[in-house]
Design a protein around this ligand. Structure first.
Ligand SMILES: [Zn+2]
Length: 391
């Protein structure tokens, strides 16, 4: 599915450009004036950002898991922060995606009450706002929070209330993406799609397919996605992370995905790569997570820079703040330090994040205007205080 074309956001009509229409050629999209400035962690933290691929159950505070377990009488495999960090592979490289997914059993064990879901959502948005994430899309699978009999509707309401509360305090914008799970019965995805349809325009902005990718083809969940598409709901799918490009092809052509989660293995199929590029389908890249799950052998082998240089619409995201031990600012730092993306590249990717949000086009235009102004002001501020030699 084609997403909003890049130029739609930037190109002024001929009259406004002050050039007669007979001689008018589309001007190149205005690029931000990015000064020569040393990229620092402080600068990346200060810039406005998005996080479009962030799992609620993978992004809790460690301390909160321990406190919730205590309150709820849940037995955890470890009872202090250091030992629990080890159990959930915090920041460690895992054997594979399945090994990594085990960590979610621990976090989900304490996310079975409305109060816990409210708190996890609230704290996640507060943490994101603290590093200047201006727009956050939080995703989770409500079906994983029913171990104590919660209704699906109560689960969705609790998370939305947590995010709403954080928005009142920080003005962070948010949207929720509900996930179907690949390795569960496709009928459960249909139930979740129905939930998603009901909550469209009520805080829920999209649908996703998550879970174990290998051996669980996306096309088995197409009934759920048909319902989603029929109701004009945005959708994305994890694909090309633990399986090859066929998985991305299925996400696009069977599920109608408007964005792709990860897409690390898209580079193995040139034709599909060009299809994704031609249709400006955004990739939700999560570099550190991809190293952790061994979707790439090491950071230097990550395709983010190649995709960006080729012209793909890439975005940078956390995936799981806790389990991968990361933040959006840190992922941008890695993209600069380890993958060699320049400040100009990074600001382009920041803007791509806002362009790729599951929001109405006009709302995105307004948000982009504000974000462009904020990026320029931030760069100027850092330029003014930079030592002369760095300029
Ligand atoms: Zn993910």
């Amino acid at each position: 599915m084609p997403s909003v074309h890049d130029d739609d956001f930037n190109v002024p009509p001929p009259e406004k450009a002050g050039i007669s229409s007979t001689h008018w050629h589309p001007p190149p999209p205005p690029t931000l004036a990015v000064p020569k400035l040393e990229v620092t962690k402080e600068l990346l933290q200060a810039l406005p950002k998005t996080d479009l691929h962030c799992h609620l159950d993978g992004s809790m505070r460690l301390k909160t898991i321990l406190e919730l377990a205590e309150q709820q009488g849940v037995k955890l495999p470890a009872n202090d922060e250091a030992a629990l960090a080890k159990v959930i592979h915090k920041g460690e490289v895992c054997r594979d995606l399945e090994d990594y997914l085990v960590a979610f059993d621990v976090t989900c064990s304490v996310l079975q009450t409305e109060a816990a879901l409210f708190r996890a959502a609230y704290e996640l948005a507060i943490d994101a706002a603290a590093e200047n994430v201006r727009y956050l899309e939080v995703r989770y699978a409500p079906v994983l929070h029913q171990q104590r009999g919660l209704k699906l509707t109560a689960i969705v309401d609790a998370v939305l209330e947590g995010l709403r509360t954080a928005k009142r305090e920080t003005r962070i914008k948010y949207g929720v993406i509900l996930c179907g799970i690949r390795h569960m019965n496709p009928q459960s995805s249909v139930r979740l799609a129905e939930l998603c349809v009901a909550y469209k325009n009520r805080g829920v902005v999209g649908f996703d397919l998550a879970g174990a990718e290998a051996n669980f083809p996306a096309k088995e969940h197409r009934e759920a996605f048909q319902l989603i598409l029929k109701n004009n709901v945005n959708c994305t799918a994890h694909a090309g992370e633990a399986y090859g490009p066929e998985s991305i092809g299925q996400a696009l052509h069977y599920l109608g995905a408007h964005r792709i989660g990860h897409g690390v293995r898209l580079r193995e199929d040139g034709d599909l790569l060009n299809y994704v590029n031609d249709h400006r389908i955004p990739l939700e890249c999560c570099p550190s997570s991809n190293v952790q799950t061994r979707a790439v052998s090491e950071m230097a082998a990550h395709p983010l820079k190649f995709y960006f240089d080729y012209g793909l619409r890439v975005t940078i995201n956390t995936d799981n703040r806790l389990i991968t031990d990361t933040t959006v600012s840190h992922e941008y730092w890695i993209a600069h330090k380890e993958l060699g993306l320049s400040l100009e590249d990074l600001t382009t990717i920041i803007v791509s994040g806002f362009k790729s949000a599951f929001l109405p086009f006009r709302e995105k235009q307004d948000m982009l205007k504000a974000v462009n102004a904020e990026i320029e002001a931030t760069l100027k501020r850092f330029e003014a205080k930079a030592p002369a030699k760095a300029r």
